[in-house]
Design a binder for this molecule. Structure first.
Ligand code: GDP
Ligand code: IMO
Ligand code: MG
Length: 422
């Protein structure tokens, strides 16, 4: 079976840390969507490592790591990431596999991302500008280049054809001309390097591992509220971040999906534009940002902070069939009281527990449940019984509302700052 781990909010829930921990129990970790817009933070021997394209199982020496067909790969980012990790993980290249069907992000995709965002002006998505949207557009538009193409003699010709299309589009956007050579030289160097990676027919590769009894964990990027279909459209990313994305992003049949771990912070953050009903644009929000070091792992942008949104979480749990709930960054709330969590919205004066069609509607406001904070440090607690009563009450309420049991509670950045419940 393939277990899944994915974010239930707007990304940055702590997926990297938890995958790194859980990877001990798995033989293969596989990324199924997203690309270098992701930033997954791990602490390895107290050293901070941020992974963008490489799965977070690389630091468990026995784990194989697959970049699946649903991922979009920027060869330049991947190459830099490999260089950063190799000293910490000398056998990385033996344990890293790439699907031949994963699509490539070209330099022109990055330029198009930037041009599209600046043309949107105040309506901009707040994209990470890594070329994600344009690369997925070429995939669905049936123009894209795939990893397998770099092994064929016609690659350069296909590249040039697509580049010409992109240049035409860029001319329509206007803007200053780009010195393509400066962008293309590192791209082609990185593509050259990619040829020596283990490029595999990943659906069969995974199928063989599963038939041999190997345990596989699919690692999500972004979060459920950034899903292209079910997120806060249009302020979303361009892939399916929910569990359904595992089937198309790895070639896994639905009947082979096992447990689905859903991760949420004990509060909520969002980076980039778009609606966020429980956002705190006051000193409490600023205090959450400071306590949680809420700055983007990929772009360094300050993350917007607010209270937990149980309406959005319940929706995300439903969409992915979450069987195990993981709550992270609980220690960040140590000094906050009271705590709030949205248990409903009013939409044009009418109360609801369902996600409205358009969360951007100005006439939506959250209805809150209020809790006592625990006002005591929890980062040194190593089992559930040691946790303060107010903390347990907050968790019990969340479990009840979401009708899902909490399996892990994270109370610090370290791999082992994790309370395992089941
Ligand atoms: P990801 O994208 O879901 O992997 O999350 P990020 O790495 O972008 O952001 C999560 C941040 O929270 C990282 O800096 C982690 O080191 C940190 N983090 C994860 N779990 C905890 C926790 O339980 N407590 C605290 N204080 N920080 C945590
Ligand atoms: P991880 O995997 C948080 C956000 C961007 C922007 C929107 C679209 O680290 O949780 P894109 O670059 O995909 O066109 O941006 O999605 N976004 C993320 N926010 N965590 C991420 O990844 C994100 N990846 C994209 O900020 O609002
Ligand atoms: Mg992140």
């Amino acid at each position: 079976m393939v277990d899944v781990l994915l974010g239930l909010q707007w990304g940055d829930e702590g997926k990297g840390k938890i995958v790194d921990f859980l990877a001990e129990q798995y033989d293969v970790i596989a990324r199924f969507q997203g690309g270098p817009n992701a930033g997954h933070t791990l602490y390895i021997n107290n050293e901070k490592v941020v992974l963008h394209t490489i799965p977070s199982g690389v630091f468990q020496g026995h784990c194989l790591n697959l970049i699946g067909n649903g991922v979009v790969i920027d060869p330049v980012t991947l190459s830099k990431e490999i260089d950063k990790i190799l000293p910490l993980c000398p056998d990385l290249l033996k344990r890293l596999f790439v699907s031949q069907k994963a699509h490539l992000i070209l330099p022109t995709h990055r330029a198009l991302d930037a041009a599209s965002e600046s043309a949107k002006g105040t309506d901009k998505i707040g994209s990470t500008l890594k070329g994600i949207g344009p690369a997925y557009m070429d995939k669905t538009g049936r123009n894209g280049l795939r990893v397998g193409d770099i092994l064929t003699p016609g690659f350069k010709e296909k590249y040039d054809k697509l580049k010409q299309k992109h240049k035409q589009l860029l001319r329509q956007y206007g803007g200053t001309p780009i010195e393509w050579e400066e962008w293309e030289q590192p791209f082609f160097e990185a593509v050259e390097r990619m040829r020596f990676l283990q490029i595999v027919n990943a659906e069969y590769w995974l199928d063989n591992h599963l038939k041999n009894g190997k345990r596989v964990l699919a690692e999500g990027a972004q979060g459920s509220m950034l899903d292209i279909d079910f997120g806060t459209y249009p302020f979303v990313t361009s892939s399916n971040t929910i569990a359904a994305g595992v089937c198309s992003g790895l070639g896994i049949a639905p009947s082979r999906i096992g447990d689905v771990y859903g991760i949420t912070k004990a509060y909520c953050t969002r980076v980039g534009s778009g609606p966020f009903p429980t956002e705190l644009e006051d000193e409490t929000g600023a205090a959450l940002r400071a306590a949680g070091h809420e700055f983007g792992a990929t772009t360094g942008r300050p993350r917007r902070c607010g209270w937990l949104d149980l309406v959005a979480l319940r929706y995300a749990v439903m969409l992915s069939g979450v069987t195990k709930l993981i709550i992270t960054k609980t220690d960040v709330l140590d000094n906050f009281t009271p705590l709030k969590a949205a248990t409903g919205y009013t939409v044009h004066g009418v109360a609801t527990k369902e996600m409205p069609f358009d969360l951007c509607d100005e006439h939506i406001s959250p209805l809150y449940a209020i809790f006592d904070g625990w006002k005591t440090p929890v980062s040194s607690c190593s089992n559930y019984d040691e946790l303060p009563q107010a903390f347990k009450e907050y968790c019990t309420f969340i479990e009840g509302y979401l009708e899902t049991k909490i399996s892990h509670i994270s109370n610090g950045t370290g791999r082992n700052q994790l309370i395992v419940i089941s």
